[in-house]
Design a protein around this ligand. Structure first.
Ligand code: GTB
Length: 212
């Protein structure tokens, strides 16, 4: 069955691969699944046909036969549950890997998004200089905890899993702030993710769309 995802016609980050379609592309590449991409503009994302797929008018979406999904966590989990390579067979190990997926999107990503908003959208506000250090400290609190848990391991729980795919994708958005590099093991963890052939293919595919 053909898989079709949506992605930005032109990503606001240029060619950095930080828009969330990259995670879905990465999961599809890890699973060895071919897919098509429908590119959408910001205007098109708010039109009824897209809102029928994504109630919040965002990308990415995922279509496979009669199934339409939104939310990257759900899309990656759907792919991971049906194809080998992204979740362990052992039931308990599988539950832990899924826990890391939730940790990435629910616990680690929110303070990173807050920082991105503070830097990109709230720069001109009179209170920004005062607030920014607090926002950065909230990110550092999470990084310190994550760094302590990862320790010297290659991946968060045994072999590479969808939990790592989501966590690396979330951490990539922190790189431009310089905070990721304050945690050598996390920076190396992200680099390990980026070195995976499937990630490279996903990155190259979005680059093909977004190259200057
Ligand atoms: N929780 C949803 C998910 O995980 O799928 C969030 C989806 C989401 O935020 N999508 C964004 C979107 O469609 C694109 S990825 N935004 C348009 C809108 O809301 O109108 C977020 C994103 C945007 C820009 C950059 N960047 O420039 O670096 C990075 C990531």
């Amino acid at each position: 069955m053909t898989i079709t995802i949506t992605a930005f016609e032109k990503s606001p980050d240029g060619d950095q691969g930080l828009a969330r379609d990259t995670r879905v592309r990465w999961a599809l590449e890890e699973a060895g699944l071919p897919y098509k991409v429908r590119l959408v503009s910001f205007k098109a994302m708010k039109e009824p046909w897209h809102l029928a797929l994504h109630p919040f008018g965002q990308i990415p979406t995922y279509e496979e036969g009669n199934l339409a999904l939104f939310e990257t966590g759900s899309i990656v989990l759907h792919i991971a549950q049906r194809h080998a390579g992204l979740l362990p067979d052992d039931v308990d190990a599988r539950a832990r890997a899924i826990t890391w997926m939730f940790a990435a999107t629910n616990t680690v990503e929110p303070p990173i998004l807050e920082l991105q908003n503070a830097v990109l959208l709230e720069r001109d506000k009179s209170w920004n200089n005062e607030r920014l250090p607090l926002v950065k400290d909230r990110v550092r609190d999470r990084m310190k905890q994550l760094s302590a848990r990862l320790g010297n391991a290659d991946w968060l729980d045994g072999d590479f899993s969808a939990g790592d795919l989501m966590m690396v994708s979330v951490l990539l958005r922190l790189r431009s702030s310089g905070i990721l590099d304050e945690y050598a093991n996390l920076a190396a963890y992200v680099a390990r993710g980026e070195a995976r052939p499937a990630y490279k293919r996903a990155f190259a595919a979005q680059l093909e769309v977004n190259k200057p």
